[in-house]
Design a protein around this ligand. Structure first.
Ligand code: PHE
Ligand code: ZN
Length: 846
């Protein structure tokens, strides 16, 4: 039975909890959990508790036993009638759970011999009976009995004796922020003195032997704590902050109060084992989880429909943090790339939903690019509209007014209205309406006056046919024909379906540098010729808009080629300028050199109303790369040599920029030298960035045998590094061979598919190989379906999330569509299919 939850049905919980006490007797197959929860009546109604998969041994109210038949077979709710309850009472339960059998990685589970928990969103109900909803907050006291050497929970340690530890979290919190860890762990430790002078003990806990790989995570944590004080005035609020790395984890990391639990790939790094991207992500995610302490934990969500209240804001904050630590321009361009690749794609398909959805079946399916990344974009727009000072005032008010509360998007909008006096009624549509608006620009030019005629429209999305106009902040500048900026960045506020803006007194007709800084998450449709795009690429003062101009030029060329025309010559020519300036700004040059990916080309073709042909797109991209390589061979080769790694590897923005430019050049040069440079680089590389980059080119050129064997021999014992080995092969193998090769890899004994990282590496590597996954014979779809059906009974969350590979199928030809649908229908028919996967498949097939 599928139950849909509606935002409109939210009702306050009729009890508050003054104290939660938990005691765990840890054992792999039979962990005992004793709870004592002090309730106080708050409103009218029965006491309703959530539980799932619990073996209940006893239930009492104020020491009086309750009949166990209150719990019906496979019922996930315990209802105690209001009439049996005094105004204040203690509910106690003893239950038994089985961590070893918990392959779904939700609740208490075992990972590599250590016990750990994951409770967001609704995992706590797998631990004991509780009001498992974010608006019920309580202080927790936790006792852990276990012979494991390290026993951790939230808050501050009260007592630590061999076999027994007691933790007390003074800050009231919802159950989804509960965490417990028991294992044989080693810490790297440091401390941080907060702005009011309190000393906080910091630990990053890893498995014995991994201590040497956690230093960057610790440095990132210290930078995060300092940054949040300096930029948001937020201070940490406990005596200790613990981070634990685990190998089996469904997501990236989790912000449990005072005890963040991380996927080990977001903690462990050395130059030899982690790439520049890995380092940047570690810093960003350590920041993200730390920033949740205020935006998520001190102020949490009233219900799960409000998820973007904490996630959109915390992503926005981690983006600001990365911009400050590294390069703001590069960060913005990369964030736009991800937004387009993941969120625009979601918004254009059957899974489209607003940043604040109003219904769901399974909340775990809503940890999406829309909630996270678009949620962050919406805050970026708000900040642009109210200005930096208005933003700061609104945030101060938010922390002041709502500390200790469980809030809604309405509360969030109200602080902006109250702090700035602005009416945000129309702006709120960004939260409630799905879909990516299309902004169309046409221009009139006469006698020194430029008129810009904008219109906006948004295609219908599931359940939302009408799309009223939104507030769109349009940042733009004007560039004169000689390349000078004649109008610096100006923000226009569009509020109507169509609106015109004029600029007078211009000497010659300028080119509009539109949507500077990507000031709104919209697509743009405008008439602009290749010469004008090349002018912007050469002269725009806004780095994002400059990059976008080159990117659009390349995209237009690729689409022309993929649809049977000539194209790409202008981009090829414009690259001469980029290559000349490359040493001055290697990061920017690298971003310009990387052509739009096949997925983006397909998306754009579909958005223009045609049917994308994956094979033609693949061929077009290869052909343009070969043209570019041939035209610019000498410049590319010179740059490749100039960017040689000298001295020790440092995972900072400057070093990463040089390496990214070097690898961008290598991708072109490998088309000409058959992989000779890649082979040399593979052998000489002293860091994983270059090592992996070289390996990818060797796979793409089919010269990979020795390198792959060498890599496996060197890193066979390192799970995280071998994940890369499993990922690059399906991703970079020529489309015609990729499915077969992935099948072979899946048959290897070290394809430990129950580990989410390994599963995502191999299977996700294939789905990211556009032409391979969309093979005309359906072999990519069949392969994915086969593995999703195998994983679903083991790990529904990861299975459901990977179903989104199918979300674009309706844009392809009818042959491919039929094959993809048949694969989805097979998944839908799997006996015992999880609620998670069932919801995804149904939405995609709808
Ligand atoms: N709340 C986590 C984050 O954004 C993500 C997460 C969700 C982790 C659900 C685990 C489970 O940082
Ligand atoms: Zn988060």
């Amino acid at each position: 039975m599928t139950v849909t939850q509606y935002l409109a049905d939210w009702r306050p919980y009729p009890f508050e909890i003054t104290q939660t006490r938990l005691e765990f007797d840890i054992a792999p197959r039979a962990t005992r959990v004793r709870s004592q929860i002090d309730f106080r009546r708050f409103g009218a109604g029965d006491l309703v508790l959530d539980g799932a998969g619990l073996r209940t041994l006893s239930l009492t109210i104020d020491g009086r036993a309750l009949p166990l038949d209150l719990i019906r077979e496979d019922d996930e709710r315990l209802v105690i009638p209001a009439a049996d309850l005094p105004a204040s009472f203690t509910f106690a339960a003893e239950v038994e759970i089985n961590p070893e059998a918990n392959t779904a990685l939700e609740g208490l589970y075992l990972s590599g011999g250590m016990f750990c928990t994951q409770c967001e969103a609704e995992g706590f109900r797998h631990i004991t009976w509780y009001p498992d909803r974010p608006d019920v907050m309580a202080p927790f006291q936790v006792t852990i009995n276990s012979d494991m050497p390290v026993l951790l929970s939230n808050g501050n340690p009260v007592s630590q004796a061999p076999g027994r530890a007691v933790w007390q979290d003074p800050w009231k919190k919802p159950a989804y922020l509960f965490a417990l860890v028991a294992g044989d762990l080693r810490a790297i430790s440091d401390s941080f003195t907060t702005m009011s002078g309190r000393k906080v003990a910091l630990n990053v806990w890893v498995r014995p032997g991994d201590e040497g790989r956690a230093g960057y995570a610790m440095e990132s944590l210290i930078r995060s704590m300092k940054w949040d004080e300096e930029v948001y005035g937020r201070e940490y609020d406990l005596d200790v902050f613990n981070i634990v790395a685990v190998d089996d984890f469904n997501m990236g990391a989790m912000e449990n109060k005072g005890l963040n639990i991380f996927n080990s790939k977001l903690v462990l790094a050395t130059a030899e084992t982690a790439t520049d991207d890995d380092y940047e992500r570690i810093e960003a995610v350590i920041g993200h989880e730390y920033f949740h302490n205020w935006t998520g934990n001190r102020i949490t969500c009233r219900d799960w429909f409000q998820l973007c209240l904490k996630e959109g804001l915390t992503v926005f904050r981690d983006q600001q943090f990365t911009s400050d630590m590294r390069s703001a321009a590069v960060k913005r361009i990369r964030d736009v790339q991800t937004l387009r690749a993941r969120q625009f794609r979601e918004d254009a398909g059957p899974l489209a939903h607003p940043p604040r959805p109003d219904h769901y079946q399974e909340i775990n399916n809503f940890y999406t690019a829309t909630v996270y990344e678009k949620g962050a974009e919406v805050i970026g727009m708000l900040k642009r509209l109210v200005g930096d000072e208005g933003y700061r005032a609104a945030l101060d008010l938010y922390f002041d007014r709502h500390d200790g509360q469980a809030c809604t998007i309405e509360d969030w909008i109200a602080v902006f209205q109250d702090a700035t006096g602005r009416d945000l009624t129309q702006f709120k549509r960004w939260y409630t309406d799905a879909g990516t608006p299309r902004l169309t620009l046409s221009e009139d030019w006469a006698e020194g006056r430029l008129t810009l005629n904008f219109s906006q429209d948004t295609a219908p999305t599931p359940g939302q046919a009408d799309k009223p106009a939104r507030v769109i902040p349009i940042a733009l500048g004007l560039i004169g024909p000689n390349g000078d900026e004649v109008l610096p960045t100006t923000v226009l506020e569009m509020t109507e379906p169509s609106q015109s803006f004029s600029f007078d007194g211009l000497g010659a007709r300028p080119v509009v540098s539109l949507l500077r800084g990507f000031s709104a998450p919209v697509t743009v449709s405008r008439e602009i010729c290749a010469t004008e795009q090349a002018l912007l690429l050469a002269h725009d003062t806004d780095p994002y808009a400059r990059w976008q101009a080159g990117h659009d030029l390349a995209l237009d060329g690729l689409i022309a080629r993929a649809t049977g025309h000539d194209g790409g010559e202008e981009f090829n020519r414009a690259l001469a300028g980029v290559l000349t300036d490359a040493t001055a700004d290697p990061a920017f040059a690298a971003l310009c050199l990387v052509l739009p990916g096949e997925e983006e080309i397909a998306t754009t073709i579909a958005a223009r109303g045609a049917i994308p042909d994956p094979d033609a797109i693949h061929a077009a991209r290869r052909a343009l790369m070969l043209d570019i390589a041939t035209t610019h061979e000498r410049a590319l080769a010179r740059l490749y040599d100039a960017m040689t790694q000298t001295g020790d590897y440092r995972p900072d923005a400057e070093g990463a920029a040089r390496r990214s430019l070097r690898l961008a050049c290598l991708a072109y040069l490998s088309r000409l030298d058959g992989g000779a440079r890649a082979e040399a680089l593979y052998k000489s590389a002293t860091n994983m960035t270059e090592r992996q980059g070289a390996l990818e080119q060797l796979i793409a050129t089919g010269r990979d045998k020795d390198a792959l064997a060498d890599f496996a021999a060197e890193f066979g014992g390192n799970r995280l590094v071998m994940d890369k080995w499993f990922m690059v092969q399906p991703l970079r193998t020529a489309p015609g061979n990729a499915v077969a090769r992935t099948r072979e890899l899946a048959a290897r004994p070290d394809f430990d598919w129950k580990n989410p990282n390994r599963f995502r590496a191999l299977i996700g590597g294939l789905t990211a190989n556009h032409a391979a996954f969309h093979a005309a014979d359906g072999s990519g779809y069949d392969f994915l379906a086969e593995w999703l059906m195998r994983l679903d009974p083991v790990n529904p969350q990861t299975t459901a999330r990977m179903c989104s590979a199918f979300e674009t199928i309706s844009r392809y030809d009818s042959g491919r569509q039929a094959l993809a649908r048949a694969a989805l229908v097979r998944i839908a028919a799997l006996p015992g299919l999880s609620r998670n996967t069932a919801e995804m498949v149904t939405r995609i097939l709808a």
